[in-house]
Design a protein. Structure first.
Length: 605
């Protein structure tokens, strides 16, 4: 049986060649080792313990179960189960639908995802950053900060209901351009049309990708890769000129400065040199008040583009009419080729001096007169034209209110006064749990906005959260906040003492890593060659399955089922098998069929 390392690596070799077609992709799904890799990739997710519509979850995974899936794929009798639909709240107060697939479908989808990633990843555009290895929101924002220097207009793009409105026929036709394997395409169709159950009522899915499906992100990227390629071609047609013309007045000043500099080199008396230096400095001061290049030069145009999932940002060096024309061309392409619709509410044209919103950041181009000496010693406006990423103040405020860590009071002058408050619902938690809750929320917010130019402003977020924690502890112990602060103080920091499982007393501190800006990178070359290192780790779960030995009773040469639990901390250590899992710090246990049945019937001590 072919190693999945070699299998996926061989597919990756042709990934960047967009003209290469893959004709026998489906047969790779007969590879038990590929399923082992897929199982290893997804087994740790707590969501796998949730039952799908078939009544099964990840528990009792066995070689027979995998072989059964492979057999159904071979005779094409495999049919994905409809996902179980539930709803989770969105930030705007609405509810977002979420699909819960069966675990067997998740396993097959992970195998398909591995194959599709190997086929397509190397050919994706450098401007695509969503749901890709070694890419993130930060790489998209960093690329915008590097490449959008000097743009005049932003086009903020958003596709209306993208994941719910992907056209199935367009999706399959796009896949068929590189995958000439009808069985593989039929499997994709089955996933797209699997439907969902809501209140035990079956609903067909006539459009969109599988809700909650592992394969959905890679399918979305393959779909929107068409938009990326269109923007590449549009950029080639739009870009014009090599260098922007020099601003006329600035050009005249440069000529005068050159003449004065020549006279200065030939001057003999100190008095004459002093007068010439004064005139040169006067010209330099005047030069700093006007642009060097002509902002109205119609012979120079540039277009920049970056995308994360269905959110994209276009930067235009040109006129507003150019920006409007580009927006219309994108709108027509999205409608005619992708059968989708741009959101009129979110697809905006914004002047670069004003703030555009992209991936939760405010982005704008500075117009600054601040000066700094360059390598030649001349003063230059080093900030003018550069892109600034800012953490929006209202999002920080919204997050604090969402956590319930703050109230807003009006001052006598009508201004908002942010005031920390106790989070009453946490008062019954353990001290360590309360501290960890605050630390995780602070780190999450801080890490996302760490590349913002005003990242230090997040210290206000940390300050409010800190005093909210003090008030929460004071509520829990029914004491004053000042006494609680003294009680939590550990040197210059604050924290709590706790006892670990081994009986040792330890200390955990409140977040103290600061809020200084930490850029992720300083280059736009964010794409990396797809790495196969992640495929080379040994699949320990599969080894335990294949060993045919029960880890509790020691029985050998028997069928093994893997017992899964959601969280290790849920185990009380009452039974031997619980102590066995706790001691090995594993959420899985390889059992023979008899032991597994006894465990679920409560007869395994």
């Amino acid at each position: 049986m072919r190693s999945p390392i070699n299998l996926l690596s061989s597919l990756q070799i042709h990934s960047s060649d967009r003209s290469y077609t893959f004709e026998r992709l489906y047969r790779n799904l007969y590879n038990r080792e590929l399923f082992a890799l897929a199982y290893q990739n997804i087994y740790a997710s707590q969501g796998n313990m949730t039952k799908g519509t078939d009544g099964k979850n990840i528990d009792a995974m066995s070689l027979n179960r995998i072989d059964g899936i492979i057999a159904s794929l071979k005779d094409e009798s495999y049919q994905p189960q409809p996902s179980r639909r539930t709803y989770i709240p969105k930030k705007n107060g609405k509810m977002r639908p979420l699909g819960i697939p069966s675990f067997d479908d998740k396993l097959v989808q992970e195998c398909v995802r591995l194959l599709l990633e190997a086929v397509y990843e190397g050919g994706f555009a450098k401007t695509s950053h969503g749901f890709r290895p070694n890419h993130s929101c930060h790489t998209a924002l960093s690329q915008a900060q590097v490449c959008f220097t000097g743009v005049k207009w932003f086009v903020e793009g958003d596709i209306k209901g993208f994941f719910d409105n992907i056209n199935h026929e367009v999706m399959v036709n796009i896949l068929a351009e590189r995958i000439k394997d009808e069985r593989f395409l039929r499997l994709i169709r089955k996933f797209l049309r699997a439907g969902y159950l809501e209140d035990w009522q079956y609903h067909n899915t006539y459009s969109g990708t599988p809700q909650g499906g592992i394969v959905s992100p890679i399918l979305a990227n393959i779909y929107l890769d068409k938009l990326d390629k269109f923007m590449e071609e549009l950029k080639k047609r739009f870009d014009k000129g090599t260098v922007r013309a020099v601003y006329p007045e600035s050009y005249e000043l440069e000529k005068k400065r050159g003449v004065l500099a020549k006279k200065l080199r030939n001057a003999h008396s100190e008095e004459e040199k002093g007068k010439l230096i004064a005139k040169i400095r006067e010209l330099d001061s005047k030069r700093l008040t006007m642009p060097y290049s002509d902002p109205f030069d119609t012979s120079f145009r540039r277009l920049q583009y970056v995308r994360y999932a269905d959110d994209f940002l276009v930067g235009v060096i040109g006129s507003k009419e150019d920006a409007i024309a580009i927006k219309e061309q994108i709108k027509v392409f999205v409608a005619d080729t992708l059968r989708l619709e741009l959101s009129d509410e979110k697809t905006l044209i914004t002047h670069s001096e004003k703030k555009a919103r992209f991936l939760g950041y405010d982005i704008f181009v500075r117009r600054s007169t601040a000066t700094k000496r360059d390598k030649t010693g001349r003063l230059c406006r080093h900030l003018s034209g550069t892109v600034c990423l800012e953490m929006p103040q209202e999002l920080m405020r919204k997050k604090l209110l969402e956590y319930g860590a703050m109230t807003i009071e009006k001052t006598v002058y009508g201004k908002d006064n942010w005031k920390a408050k106790s989070r009453y619902h946490l008062k019954d938690n353990d001290d360590l749990e309360i501290l960890d809750q605050y630390n995780s929320e602070i780190r999450g917010f801080r890490n996302y906005y760490r590349i913002a130019n005003n990242a230090a402003h997040a210290s206000s977020f940390g300050y409010i959260m800190q005093y909210s924690m003090f008030k929460t502890f004071a509520t829990k112990y029914r004491t004053s906040m000042s006494k609680m602060i003294s009680r939590l103080r550990i040197g210059k920091d604050f924290g709590v003492h706790f006892t670990d499982k081994k009986g040792k007393t330890k200390t955990r501190l409140f977040y103290n890593d600061g809020f200084a800006r930490k850029p992720v990178q300083k280059t736009a070359a964010v794409d990396a060659i797809p790495s196969t290192v992640k495929y080379s780790s040994k699949t320990s779960l599969m080894d335990r399955l294949s060993a045919g030995q029960c880890e509790l009773c020691g029985k050998t040469d028997c069928e093994i089922e893997i017992h899964h639990i959601r969280k290790l901390k849920d185990l009380k250590g009452v039974n031997y098998w619980e102590r066995f899992m706790i001691a090995r710090n594993r959420k899985t246990l390889a059992l023979c069929v008899d032991c597994h049945k006894k465990l679920h019937s409560g007869k395994l001590n």
